[in-house]
Design a protein around this ligand. Structure first.
Ligand code: MN
Length: 228
């Protein structure tokens, strides 16, 4: 194959405790998957089936690192999330088979230009520029399910400059990982390397240049991001 110009690099995430990496194919994100966060965003958590949006694959920032403050926003916000990494895929995956397709889990940040997202919501326009910008998906190393199992409970928190901003438990997810995988597979064919950011607990908020974000999910991983 003769590329007219160099092909883009493959986006990867390291596998924790080893020398392997996971190739990333697509990034799906679930909106409003914790009741308390749905309420803080002005929705009724009881009435909504899960909904999805995407980020571009190369929005991934692998492992703890610095990220630049993005352009055209004055309201960059953090959303700490459990990330599901698929090792296989398919369409119309039954709920009871869904976890067989999960390779592992990671701790991720769905960084959001909230002012652009809010404006898009108001005007009925797409969320991409609020959600899918450069460096918008920092993500830890991947902990294989063969090591960590399939955590359905455990603390998930985020500190900014040492202070707790978000604190929740994976058991508070409205839609479980297996339900989310199964439901998403009705809309699109899932494949190895697909990531699913599974939504954020309450406490999202603004960050500024110089802030240090530290995220943690019990047994899954940790992530530190500096905003530059
Ligand atoms: Mn999110």
């Amino acid at each position: 194959m003769n590329f007219a110009f160099p092909a883009p690099p493959i986006t990867t995430l390291p596998v924790a405790q080893g020398d392997e990496v996971v190739p990333v194919r697509r990034i799906y994100c679930v909106g409003r998957n914790y009741a308390a966060h749905a309420v803080e965003m002005g929705s009724d958590p009881d009435r909504e089936p899960p909904f999805f949006f995407s980020k571009p694959t190369d929005a991934i920032v692998a492992g703890s690192d610095k990220i630049p403050y993005p352009p055209l926003t004055e309201d960059l916000q953090h959303e700490m999330e459990l990330v599901v990494v698929l090792g296989s895929g398919g369409r119309d995956i039954p709920v009871e088979r869904a976890l067989h397709h999960v390779f592992g889990y990671a701790a991720g940040l769905d960084m959001t230009r909230r002012d652009l997202q809010t404006e898009a919501k108001k005007t009925g326009r797409p969320w991409e520029m609020g959600k899918g910008f450069d460096y918008s998906a920092p993500c830890s190393a991947v902990k294989p399910a063969s090591v960590v199992g399939h955590p359905a409970k455990g603390a998930i928190w985020l500190k900014v400059n040492g202070e707790i901003r978000q604190s929740g438990d994976l058991s508070q997810q409205i839609w479980s990982v297996q339900e989310t995988v199964a439901y998403l597979s009705r809309f699109v064919a899932l494949a190895p390397g697909d990531l699913i950011f599974t939504g954020t607990p309450a406490g999202v908020g603004r960050v500024v240049r110089g802030d240090r974000l530290e995220g943690h999910i019990d047994t899954v991983g940790e992530l530190t991001v500096l905003i530059q």
